[in-house]
Design a protein around this ligand. Structure first.
Ligand code: G6P
Length: 615
């Protein structure tokens, strides 16, 4: 999830573009860059790190005045966050500059073909191929940049917003989108393109959202939209009535709400680019050979907070698919218990930030014991992936709210990819079985969207329960970590007493907490897991008989829970192992709404930090 801005108009482009980037910096801050087009050619400046580093370069080497430019602030997916991988990327002759948000799934094949044809690439990014492809096709398109971009888009697989400029046509910016955001801002004698309106609302509030698979050619006075085949097309025009700070949050009251709503995209993006041309799974940075992985006889997951709970979910899938024992350990406890580790142990560190000190220390300890370490991380180039033998990145984009939401879902997906990869390498699952599970995972964004569309039911419930002093959460199997995560969200946001329990443990103690009117959330497993399901239905009856107010999350159409539920939250039908990806969503919404109703700062709860870099 990167920030993108493009401008053609009458003002000094560098100022407009850099100011736009400042507004978009919340979307990514690994590096930033601009390309300014003028009759004199392209001026490209880019730097790793925050925007201030780019400001410095532009102050030291000011570009020639011009009124056309593009800019990018990066959240790295392919390639480390350094100067070379920073956008824009150019073709062999420095004529074309490209910025990109998204993931081009077939970039490796395209890069290979281009390199064979003599193109030289500087960076490790998937983006750079686009600049070289444009260079290839421009002559056949009569140097028409719009036609060239349409031609290139037809060659690309994956998700992308692309914005390009051509030194030989310096009064035009061309942009394209597929499954990544792109909005046009229409001004008076000036036009803008951007990832979101916050980049240009200081200049215009007249916006047009581009549709799927559309290309827009923007000049000072014209905005022309077509599909990828050149047929005229229309975007969706609207007037922006947010202020600048609301615009950063996409009009939401809280970053957390925005991030909850971004979950379908986070899941979809984390699944992108995982299949090799021959249909087998491939992962991001795998410095472990297949033989190394065949050698593994135990998996230990280490992590903290919400990342710990994603590990608890993953354990069920990893053991089921690989038949390897999988332990899940709090990173802060791990190295103090003298864990049994050797070369055949695969330690998986799950971390959104890649900087959590407890997790870092656990991975260092594991490496010192010669275990293999694989990081599942959302932050490219951060310390834990750098110090690991392999990495799977979650492509959730920056998470600003302290309480983790979209990264939790993306972490589960990444763990599942790891489980399937191990099963592929070790031969514990057939290729068609893996393909079936991948298909089911690809159905999850739509299932999560169904949960989001039903948000108002949960939010109303939260407002109703605003006086509750204690809330309990119950689940079995993968529903158990969902219960733990539901309780954690409520603790961290609403400062409320909340506990998650394994439903089967209820009778061994926690049931004593149940009193008249105590809200108890219960995650009911899909009916396909008959034994599990029936046990949970009994648990619902047990708490209800003791006066609990039962809020049951159950598979759509599961009539067996209806008589025992004071409130029913229907979940789309998904396989048991995937149910946490949908069942967590209402619990996040519930905590967020309750905290907001109590007047708390949802994005920055008291006493908490997004990244905890002390032990
Ligand atoms: C902090 C955050 C949590 C997060 C945990 C682990 O406690 O408040 O939201 O889950 O750290 O962070 P990590 O970056 O390692 O996933």
């Amino acid at each position: 999830m990167c920030g993108i801005v493009g401008y053609v108009g009458q003002q000094e482009a560098v100022g407009v573009v850099v100011e736009g980037l400042r507004r978009l910096e919340y979307r990514g801050y690994d590096s930033a860059g601009v390309a300014l087009a003028s009759a004199g050619g392209l001026h490209v400046a880019k730097r790793a790190g925050k925007l201030a580093n780019l400001d410095k370069v532009l102050a030291e080497q000011p570009p020639a005045p011009t009124t056309t430019g593009i800019g990018h602030t990066r959240w790295a997916t392919h390639g480390a966050p350094n100067d070379v991988n920073a956008h824009p990327h150019t073709d062999c002759h420095g004529r074309i500059a490209v910025i990109h948000n998204g993931i081009i799934e077939n970039f490796a094949e395209l890069r290979d073909t281009l390199e064979r044809a003599g193109h030289e690439m500087d960076s490790e990014t998937d983006t750079e191929v686009v600049a070289h492809l444009l260079e290839e096709v421009l002559p056949a398109c009569d140097d028409d940049l719009g036609e060239a971009l349409r031609t290139v888009c037809r060659l690309l697989r994956g998700a992308f917003t692309l914005v390009v400029v051509d030194a030989q046509d310096p009064d035009t910016v061309v942009a394209a989108r597929r499954s990544s955001p792109l909005v046009v801002g229409r001004g008076d004698g000036e036009n803008f393109v951007a990832s979101d309106v916050s980049a240009f609302i200081a200049h215009t509030r007249d916006a047009v959202e581009l549709g799927q698979d559309q290309v827009v050619v923007v000049t000072r006075d014209h905005v022309v939209i077509t599909d990828f085949h050149g047929q005229p097309a229309e975007g969706t025009p609207y007037q922006v009535d947010w202020d600048a700070s609301a615009a950063e949050k996409g009009g939401y009251d809280w970053f957390m709400l925005k991030e909850i709503d971004e979950q379908p995209q986070a899941v979809a993006d984390t699944l992108l680019g995982r299949l090799s041309p021959n249909g087998t799974l491939q992962l991001d940075e795998m410095r472990l050979s297949d033989d190394d992985l065949r050698d593994v006889n135990k998996v230990i997951i280490v992590s903290c907070g919400t990342s710990f709970y994603s590990g608890l979910v993953a354990k069920y899938a990893i053991e089921h698919w690989t038949r390897l024992p999988c332990e899940v350990e709090l990173a802060s406890e791990f190295r103090y218990r003298d864990p049994v580790l050797d070369r055949s142990t695969l330690v998986v560190a799950i971390t959104q930030s890649g900087e959590t000190m407890d997790t870092l220390m656990a991975t260092r300890y594991a490496r010192a014991q010669r275990a293999k370490v694989l990081a599942i991380c959302n932050t490219n180039g951060s310390t834990i992936p750098r110090e690991s033998d392999a990495v799977i990145y979650t492509h959730a984009g920056p998470e600003v709210a302290v309480a983790s939401t979209k990264c939790f879902l993306a972490q589960i997906v990444a763990c599942y990819l790891l489980g399937l990869y191990l099963a592929q390498v070790r031969g514990t699952k057939y290729g068609d079985e893996i393909a079936t599970i991948l298909d089911q995972l690809h159905g999850i964004p739509a299932a999560v969207q169904i949960m989001l569309d039903g948000a108002e039911q949960v939010r109303a419930l939260a407002r109703e329960l605003v006086g509750a002093t204690s809330v309990l959460f119950l689940g079995r199997h993968v529903g158990y970590p969902v219960a733990l995560e539901g309780a954690l969200k409520l603790k961290e946001l609403a400062y409320l007493h909340a506990e998650g329990f394994a439903a089967g443990e209820l009778k061994h103690g926690p049931i004593a907490l149940v009193d008249e009117g105590v809200p108890v959330f219960v995650v009911a497993p899909p009916r396909a897991r008959e034994v599990l399901h029936d046990k949970v239905v009994s648990n619902i009856q047990e708490v209800r008989a003791r006066g609990a107010r039962t809020i049951v999350l159950a598979e759509d159409g599961d009539e067996s829970v209806v008589p025992y539920a004071d409130e029913l939250i229907w979940l789309p039908r998904v396989p048991t192992l995937l149910q946490p990806l949908v069942a967590t969503v209402p619990l996040q919404l519930f905590a967020c709404e309750l905290a907001a109703a109590l007047g708390h700062d949802v994005d920055q709860p008291r006493n908490l930090a997004k990244s905890v870099t002390v032990e």
